[in-house]
Design a protein around this ligand. Structure first.
Ligand code: FES
Ligand SMILES: [Fe+2]
Length: 419
């Protein structure tokens, strides 16, 4: 679904009323309106996306002073850089003169960001250094026109940003998963690969698909052979209990299997989701790979394969799936009403060398494959929900429970917006 005609009768009043009505229909998927309304999409950016904590990148991408990379979200672009003093900075990629993007290349190294339009020059920290002809003007001060700052938080080497200056603190919610995530020593890990899949569907369809594994047995044959998450919990309970009993002993990491659950409505602040659970792989499976066997050296502090995988959420749109030998980060970023960037980042041990310790093709195989399968079903889903004959059906209370949690948080947020 690439293009949706504008509904000229759509308003914020209608959006709020729809969200309020829909809240009474908990347990059912949401109306097609929420996937088609331009008014809603704009309100989502303003009230959800730009107010939430979101993974931007890893400190390994900023190894040297002057290194930078861009994060593109919605119609916006954010620069994350390491300045001349070695400090990390995050700022809007919008010139303070007449608004041109100051940098177009997605990553690089710059001593200065020089706007291509009239040549205003900013330092790698965003401070305005030169504005030709302006300094002589009465009342003009360069200090007033630095690139606008974006809040950020670095957690175990991962840089998270939030465009809302009043955003709730993220450090404390993340601290609750320090031990579990710390097992992988991500601060010293290496980004082995990152891929962005542009999905031609609304961001909520992509996210809802990620949040449930009801579709796993029918859509992801390879995945389903390895991970117990695809099965009803009662059925795989003994496998999970056995894994949980041996996890600390085998991995050598105290607290690795501790559950922590504070997401969506249960988060301590808006957009500060933080979650961890460890679940079992099937007997004999060590990791998420084509044959279930290791594809890289053990991560960080891990001492062995316990037959488990760590499932994490950090903020409403960022997730991680961590195996003893590699970690896979998932991030969902809306780019338009009908386009979503689904980015996957594969991490390996910082000392691992490509071609020697791991084969990149083998490392990415499972989740690349699974992502293509997801893209296929998300696109089918998008076509179907956009039909005027679509009538939302019931969620499965166990297999789609996280979807329901998301939808409830989403609707409550939308219903609160001033009409
Ligand atoms: S818009 Fe950037 S210098 Fe004019
Ligand atoms: Fe999937």
């Amino acid at each position: 679904m690439k293009f949706i005609a504008t509904d000229v009768s759509d308003t914020r009043r209608k959006m709020v009323d729809m969200a309020t009505t829909q809240l009474d229909r908990q347990g059912f998927a949401i109306d097609r309106y929420f996937y088609r309304s331009h008014v809603t999409y704009e309100a989502e950016l303003e009230n959800i996306v730009f107010k939430s904590w979101l993974y931007a990148g890893h400190i390994g991408q900023l190894a040297n002073n002057g290194d930078y990379f861009l994060l593109e979200l919605g119609e916006d672009s954010i620069i994350i850089s390491r300045d001349e003093d070695g400090q990390i900075c995050a700022m809007h990629n919008v010139c303070r003169h007449r608004g041109a993007r100051v940098v177009e290349e997605l990553s690089g190294n710059r001593r200065a960001f020089v706007c291509p339009y009239h040549g205003w020059a900013y330092g790698s920290d965003g401070a305005l250094k030169r504005a030709r002809g302006m300094d002589q003007l009465a009342g003009f001060s360069r200090a007033d026109y630095g690139l606008k700052k974006v809040r950020f938080e670095v957690f175990q080497g991962m840089i998270f940003i939030n465009c809302d200056p009043q955003a709730a603190d993220f450090a404390a919610p993340l601290a609750n998963i320090t031990r579990q995530l710390g097992a992988y020593d991500l601060a010293n890990a290496k980004v082995a690969e990152a891929k962005t899949y542009r999905i031609n569907a609304n961001w909520k369809l992509c996210l809802e698909n990620y949040l449930e594994c009801y579709h796993c047995s029918s859509s992801h044959r390879e995945y389903a052979k390895l991970h117990t998450l695809q099965a009803a919990y009662e059925k795989v309970k003994p496998l999970n209990e056995a894994m949980l009993a041996r996890a600390e002993g085998v991995t050598g990491v105290a607290g690795i299997a501790d559950k922590y659950r504070a997401y969506y409505n249960h988060a301590s602040g808006f957009g500060t989701c933080s979650y961890h659970s460890r679940y079992a792989l099937y007997d004999g499976v060590k990791t998420g790979s084509e044959n279930g066997q290791p594809v890289a050296p053990l991560m960080g502090h891990m001492r062995g394969y316990d037959g488990g995988a760590g499932d994490f959420q950090m903020g409403p749109l960022t997730f991680m799936l961590n195996y003893p030998d590699h970690c896979v980060l998932y991030r969902f970023v809306p780019r338009s009403l009908t386009e979503t960037d689904m980015t996957l980042v594969w991490y390996v041990n910082g000392d691992a060398e490509e071609g020697v310790d791991y084969d990149k093709e083998k490392l990415v195989w499972l989740w690349h494959q699974t992502s293509l399968e997801d893209e296929y079903i998300i696109l089918r889903n998008s076509e179907g929900v956009n039909s005027r004959f679509y009538q939302p059906g019931p969620y499965h209370p166990e297999h789609e429970s996280t979807c329901m949690e998301f939808v409830s948080w989403y609707l409550k947020t939308m219903a609160r917006i001033a009409a």
